[in-house]
Structure formats: structure tokens, C-alpha cells
Design a binder for this molecule. Structure first.
Ligand SMILES: NC(=O)c1ccc[n+]([C@@H]2O[C@H](COP(=O)([O-])OP(=O)(O)OC[C@H]3O[C@@H](n4cnc5c(N)ncnc54)[C@H](O)[C@@H]3O)[C@@H](O)[C@H]2O)c1
Ligand SMILES: [Zn+2]
Length: 369
């Protein structure tokens, strides 16, 4: 990971090298897109995939950097468009425009665009390179790194997809000034998650810094440090276990119940909001099954609350339905589901059990009720 400002104050640039690719985090990093693409995923043509909010803000700038043979493909914004239908429309449009194997896809947007464009890249002509240009905090700290791509189906989130690592990631915190405040806030949920699973001090850093940054995301150097630290944590985990056979499972903390609640809200809750609730509930589950030291759920709840994120099961969501929805999401037995659970702040439980702890449905039901 490189974070900082190329050609500006060197102090705030950070670079993380993830064996296969490079993550650059820096104020103004967008200006280096062509340089990075040339160095890591040089192509005859570039296909910028973006959404209907981000495109009007930043696609012209990206296209101007990448040159004449670049085309912009725009999908409607929102999680409800992270679908096989969008994937089909994008690939059809690229085929109609004559894009060949010598294409690099550029994902310009939040996690929805990143997952969708990444899946397009994973499958187009059996796989072409792509560069992630995350434009939400959530995508900068989490979704753009690690190579998970895919789309949602009516049965649940991310159920059709592929592992496909980006050639590079270019994260420019200056792009966050246009991000709506609820989206910014939701992004900090994944940063809190990185603190819980790996780095207690970082959890405190985020709790202290986030409220002011949510108010005004103008301190690009501070944002650069936060994004850089999250990316380092995530990249370090992914490098050890790209295919999620073991330790990568810890990144799913908060997501088993979080995904179920996100789906149950029919995507009215943002991903990060659902994950915030999921972290509070799953850490309570961890205390109930004796995996965690008592007090961790209080710590997480306090952190989540201080950022203004939701921390309890939505009243209109029935616990029985939530538990039913967890069964498709993760490895499930007849009456139990595997969870990634914390042990104490900064460390996860279950190292000797493949980082996954099987919890009976009735325990989860009790916590949800
Ligand atoms: N692949 C992974 O490892 C991974 C990890 C975490 C989350 N995800 C996925 O990421 C998705 C959520 O991503 P998200 O929270 O970024 O949502 P998103 O992509 O829907 O973006 C949120 C909203 O902000 C708008 N937007 C984006 N950047 C903007 C900017 N700079 N200025 C103004 N508006 C902007 C978008 O148009 C959208 O309306 C979920 O689908 C989740 O499953 C994937
Ligand atoms: Zn997530």
C-alpha cells in the first residue's frame, strides 16, 4: 500500500505491496491513474465502469487521463443494481463496442461498482485485468482490496462471483468530499471491524477521528492514514489466505448477521450500517458461547454509537427470518451456522478451529430477541 501525495507532501503517501499488486493511497492519487494503469495493466483500450452518481462527477477526469480509446459504461447507482442483469448489460455493451482481450477494466465507484466491474473483468473473454478506483470510504478501506468480485441474487448477497485480484488500486481520499454523509459514516464501520479483528489501538484511532471526519471529510492526510492502515490490515490477511480457507474468515466478522439484516431491509440499510449492527450482535453471541471475554460487545456498541451508526436489530425484522437468512450466507449445518467471532478487542477467537465457530441457531435467536 502506498499512501500519500505523489508530487505533493511526500509525508502523506502510503504504498502497500500486496505480492501481486500495489495499492496507492494518497490525496490527488486519481491524477496518477494513467501512470499506474500503464505500469500494472497496460491495455489497448480501457473500459471505465461507473455508476450514475459517480460518473457525472469523476468519469470525464478519468477518461481524459486514460486517453482516446477509453469508453465509459454507466450502471444505475445502488446495491439493487449489483445483479447478473447489470453484468449482462455491461458485457453486451463492451462486446458491441468491440472491446477485445486487450482490455483493462477500470472500476470507478463504490463497492457496488467494484464488485460488479471486477466480476465483469473476471469473466470478460475469460478474464481481463482491472484497476480499482474506489470512490467511497467503504470501498477504499475494504471492498477494493482482496479480489472478491460478484453480484447479488434474490437468495442473498454475493452468491455468484469469482476471486479475481485487481492489477492495482488507486485510492484518492479527496474524492470523498462529494460522498453523502450517511455513506461516509457507513464506511467507518468496516474500519472499526479491522480494529476489532486485528488492532485494538486502531479501533480507538477510528472512534476518536471519525466523528470530525464524518462532519467534514476535508482532512485528506488523516483519511489517508486511516485508509492506509485498514488496507494494510486487510492486505496482510488476504496475502496469507487469498481463497478464504482459514484466517481470511475473520474479515467476515459482523457480516453473517449483517448480510441477513441488510437483505431483510431490502437494502434500505446501507452495507456498513448492517455490518455495524452485525458486529454488535455477533460480539454478543461471542460472549454467550464463551468465545469472547465479557465486555467486548459493550466496547463495540459504544464505538458504533459514537459514530452515529445503528447498533440494534431493526424492530421490523423478525429474528426467525434473520436466522433463516444466515443459513444461505455461510457454511451451515442442520441447526447451526459458522461465525467469525472476536476473542477480545484486536484479536479473534477460533485460531485452532479454522477461525470459524459453529453457533446453534437457538443461541443466535436468543441474542436477537
Ligand atoms: N469485495 C469485497 O471484499 C467487499 C467488501 C466490503 C463490501 N463489499 C460490497 O460493497 C458494496 C457496498 O459498497 P459502498 O458502500 O461503497 O456502496 P455503493 O457502491 O453503492 O456507493 C454508495 C453510494 O455512494 C455513491 N458514491 C460513490 N462514490 C461517491 C463519491 N465520491 N461522491 C458522491 N457519491 C458517491 C454511489 O453512487 C452510491 O449511491 C456492497 O455490495 C458490499 O457487498 C465488497
Ligand atoms: Zn463488508
Amino acid at each position: 500500500v502506498v499512501t500519500g501525495s505523489p508530487g505533493r507532501s511526500r509525508s502523506s503517501e502510503q504504498v502497500v505491496d500486496l505480492a501481486a499488486y500495489r495499492v496507492r493511497v494518497a490525496p490527488g492519487a486519481l491524477d496518477t491513474l494513467a501512470e499506474v494503469a500503464l505500469a500494472t495493466a497496460s491495455a489497448f483500450r480501457y473500459a471505465i465502469v461507473t455508476d450514475s452518481n459517480v460518473g457525472p462527477l469523476y468519469a470525464d477526469r478519468a477518461r481524459a487521463l486514460l486517453g482516446d480509446r477509453t469508453r465509459v459504461f454507466t450502471v444505475p447507482a445502488g446495491e439493487t443494481h449489483k445483479t447478473r442483469r447489470s453484468w449482462a448489460e455491461l458485457t453486451d455493451a463492451m462486446l458491441a463496442q468491440g472491446f477485445g482481450r486487450d482490455t483493462t477494466v477500470v472500476a470507478l465507484g463504490g463497492g457496488v461498482v467494484g464488485d460488479l466491474a471486477g466480476f465483469v473483468a473476471a469473466t470478460y473473454m475469460r478474464g481481463v485485468p482491472y484497476v480499482q478506483v474506489p470512490t467511497t470510504l467503504l470501498a477504499m478501506v475494504d471492498a477494493s482490496v482482496g479480489g472478491k468480485t460478484g453480484v447479488d441474487t434474490p437468495a442473498g448477497k454475493n452468491l455468484v462471483g469469482a476471486f479475481h485480484q485487481p492489477a492495482a488500486v488507486v485510492a484518492d481520499p479527496e474524492l470523498l468530499v462529494t460522498l453523502p454523509r450517511p455513506q461516509l459514516r457507513a464506511g467507518f464501520a468496516e474500519a472499526l471491524k479491522h480494529g476489532v479483528i486485528w488492532d485494538a489501538e486502531y479501533f480507538s484511532v477510528v472512534v476518536d477521528a471519525a466523528p470530525a471526519l464524518i462532519e467534514a471529510p476535508t482532512d485528506a492526510d488523516q483519511l489517508t492514514r486511516i485508509v492506509g492502515r485498514s488496507v494494510s490490515i486487510k492486505a496482510g490477511i488476504v496475502m496469507r489466505d487469498e481463497r478464504e480457507l482459514g484466517v481470511r474468515k475473520v474479515l467476515n466478522f459482523g457480516h453473517t448477521l449483517g448480510h441477513a439484516i441488510e437483505l431483510g431491509s431490502e437494502y434500505r440499510l446501507l452495507h456498513g450500517e448492517a455490518v455495524a449492527i452485525g458486529m454488535v450482535l455477533e460480539s454478543t453471541v461471542a460472549e454467550h458461547v464463551g468465545a469472547a471475554e465479557p465486555g467486548i460487545s459493550d466496547q463495540i456498541r459504544a464505538g458504533v454509537r459514537s459514530l452515529g451508526l445503528p447498533f440494534a436489530r431493526p424492530r421490523d425484522q423478525d429474528p426467525v427470518r434473520i436466522v433463516a437468512a444466515t443459513r444461505i450466507d455461510k457454511k451451515a449445518r442442520r441447526d447451526a451456522v459458522a461465525y467469525a467471532l472476536p476473542h477480545h478487542m484486536g484479536a479473534m477467537a477460533g485460531a485452532d478451529a479454522g477461525w470459524s465457530i459453529t453457533v446453534p441457531d437457538d443461541v443466535v435467536l436468543r441474542v436477537l430477541s
